[in-house]
Design a protein around this ligand. Sequence first.
Ligand code: RTP
Ligand code: MG
Length: 139
Amino acid sequence: MSERTFILVKPDGVARGLVGAVLDRAERKGLSLKALELLSVPEEVAAEHYAEHRDRPFYGELLGFITSGPVVAAVLEGPRAVTAFRQLAGATDPVEKAASGTIRGDFALETQANLVHGSDSAESAQREIALWFPDLSTT
Ligand code: RTP
Ligand code: MG
């Protein structure tokens, strides 16, 4: 059973030229691209995307960061795609928690500027795909 996940290469990843490295790891894992776009994130999309963190102390800073430069948004598909990409990304804290061999563990130093986002559940993926790629068909 195939599923879809939503991912971002965050502004730090685009600025550092790591888009190819991220997509390369995802594709080599076996996930396939269903949608791909380079864009500046509208404020409303950023706020909605991270709505679950609305009450956290870092929310304002997080919105500032995610809108600070272009991102690459993508939809990936494959068996257990949500978990598969979260494994590739590694834990949120790239130094103390992310294992080496993961994207964050190998390429990032900061908890905020941690290069990538990946949906954390199939429900989140559905919500995020509808938000970022409203025209993408579900078939
Ligand atoms: P993401 O949603 O971006 O895929 O990351 P995640 O699931 O691993 O982590 P989450 O808890 O959802 O946090 C979302 C993003 O907010 C930033 N963050 N900053 N300063 C802090 O303590 C802090 N905690 C989280 C990170 O950019 C994190 O990826
Ligand atoms: Mg998250």
